[in-house]
Design a protein around this ligand. Sequence first.
Ligand code: BTN
Length: 250
Amino acid sequence: MRPSRGGGLGDVRLYDTIDSTNDEARRLSEGGETGPLWVRSLEQTKGRGRRGRTWLGQPGNLFTTGLFTLSCGPAEAANLSFVAALAVAEAIDPFVAQGAVSLKWPNDVLIGGKKTSGILLESWQGPYGFHLAVGIGVNVRTSPDGIDQPITCVTDHVLTGAPQVSAEILFEGLRARFHDWFDIWAKLGFAPIAGAWLARASGVGQPIIVRLPHETLEGRFHGLAPSGALQLEQPDGTIHEVTAGDVFFG
Ligand code: BTN
């Protein structure tokens, strides 16, 4: 049973600086906060990325975490990373060329093929229920150095004549789009989310390399499994489902 999130877009708590908005969401939940609530900070000193990586927290970029208490379990809750990726993409769309924003499994948002946003889901069982933190970082003004993949920021792609972009404007856009997609997910399940995500995904049908912690797989990006796992078509035609890893285009 998927949860309904109650009405409204959720309250917002804005901080000047914080260690990690995901950590703050967890602390708030331990104090009894159940959400929906959005924690946002103008900068982050200990931002975390996927697979133990650091996410740099320069001012001008967007750092936010949505806190939710859900009646489903972790497997279904993981669908919300696709909801978040769609929301970020749609928040960026009005500022950049049509078709410039694409999605990369599991939950990166790219502009012109370069990463501009990452999403980190964390969940835990607390005294008030099962909580999910949907952490979203968007490079709005600057692209951090030292990242092992092509990276960009929204400002570098803003069209002449497009409205001015800022972390705050993108945040309000993504919060609204997130809640719209959340409601679709709560009502209809993962299928419409997967369909919308695949429609703007990079590399579908193309050769890809998937780096896992202890091995590297090669094949064709076939699609998304009902769980959100990446379906990798191997050279012998069998489909291998990958639940975690980094994708590189061949
Ligand atoms: C990734 O590795 O691509 C995911 C990056 C997620 C970064 C965001 S910034 C807001 C939130 N707080 C964190 O510490 N991490 C996430």
